[in-house]
Design a protein around this ligand. Sequence first.
Ligand code: ZN
Length: 494
Amino acid sequence: MEKALEFYKQQRRKIIAFNYVGFLVGWDMETDAAEQSIMADSEQVAVISEMTYQLMTDPEFEQAVATLYSQRDSLDDVLRHEIEVAYKSVRDTKKIPPDEYAAYGELTSKAYPVYVKAKNENNFELFRPYLEKIVDYCRKQTKWLQTDDLAGYDVLLDMYEPHYNQAKYDRFFNALRERLVPFVKKVTATPVKTPDWAKQTFPADKQKEFCEYLRGVMCFDKSRGIMKVSEHPFTNGFGTDDVRITNHYYENKFDSSIFSAIHETGHALYEQQCDKSLNGTLSGGGASLGLHESQSRFYENVIGRSRAFWQVHYPVLKQTFPEQLSDVNLDDFLAYINTAERSFVRTEADELTYPLHVMLRYEIEQKVISNELQVKDLPQYWKTKFNEYFGITPPTDTLGVLQDVHWAYGNFGYFPTYALGSAIASQLFYYMNKDFDVYASLQSGNTAKINEWLRERVHKYGSSKYPDEILLLATGEAFNPDYYIDYLINKYSR
Ligand code: ZN
């Protein structure tokens, strides 16, 4: 066992180094690289991920993982979890027929440009044959990877959010359907108009200045991370000491960069506040997509759209844009950033309607994977269901079934984590308030007290435990969607 452990650690050092190079090249592609340089970058990424794959599938490495797995009870908690995850990943990789895997890789890389064309031209038929093959593979995948505990769609769900299956999600989405759908219809019955003041030009450099101020408010450690510009805002972290965020500045939609900055800094704090002892292991970073998203949405929505937060920071925003905001008071601003309305596109949806967009995708995926719904029927099914939940019908497939890229990548099972994140954020908020008055703590001018609570209860574990274990440790309760629905109904009843 000692030999196995030594080999495992040696190989892990190499894997981490390759991951780091991949991280840096990926960052360069998204931020600094010129358009024509991206091709060269992506070739290097392909080589690096091939080499990482070789390290992970090296028979000696597999043997070391198997040895450690068989004696996992004698390992410390962090390493035991890491070995369990590695063992499962090796086992799953072997269950997929290599020729099918290779063909699928080729299929998804060809599907992407076709998807983009289909979306731009509102032509689902163009994309349909690709999506049919992708769905076919995903259905087969559920058979290959089936275990005693996991079957059907659960296999795919578990890949993105371990231990969250249809039983858990059904309870969540059924509650949304029963309590939130009628409420949303009532709240969004009258269409809202964007106020004229919000349509003015807000110079990008001033927006950037304010976003830098917000990073200070959230106590992001600037000596261990940077913020740059990219097409779509994102966060990428490597250990606790190299955490990178991007943002995008739209001069005629100034609030977009503000909430992206708060959202991405929420992700970044999770990475920065992991326990430093996890650096150099495969147990750093966030525990899952859903838990990561719970942190960003906690800061963005629960904190960043609250009166308590802006009571302190709105004066600074006004100073940054004295002309544009001269006649806009705090109430006007709060009403604007908390508007709820019926809209077709998930990524542009507000806090209240957002989870219903995700619910629709969850139901569709369930039916598609279980063979109850066929790809050719998707556009019409989407429109019918959308109308049922929102009371409006998308006029095109571009604004309907073609709007998200996820299915073109074969990411069935991914969507539910988006709504799960918001729901977990509310559960954490409920328990945080039991320990101290969260909104009152914002009067200090920063989020230090909140950060500390999350560090101690969530962040420090990194990915050294499963997300459901961390939530249970943090709140003393398993995932409970009621906190989220109560929070939304409470907030939007006001
Ligand atoms: Zn996010």
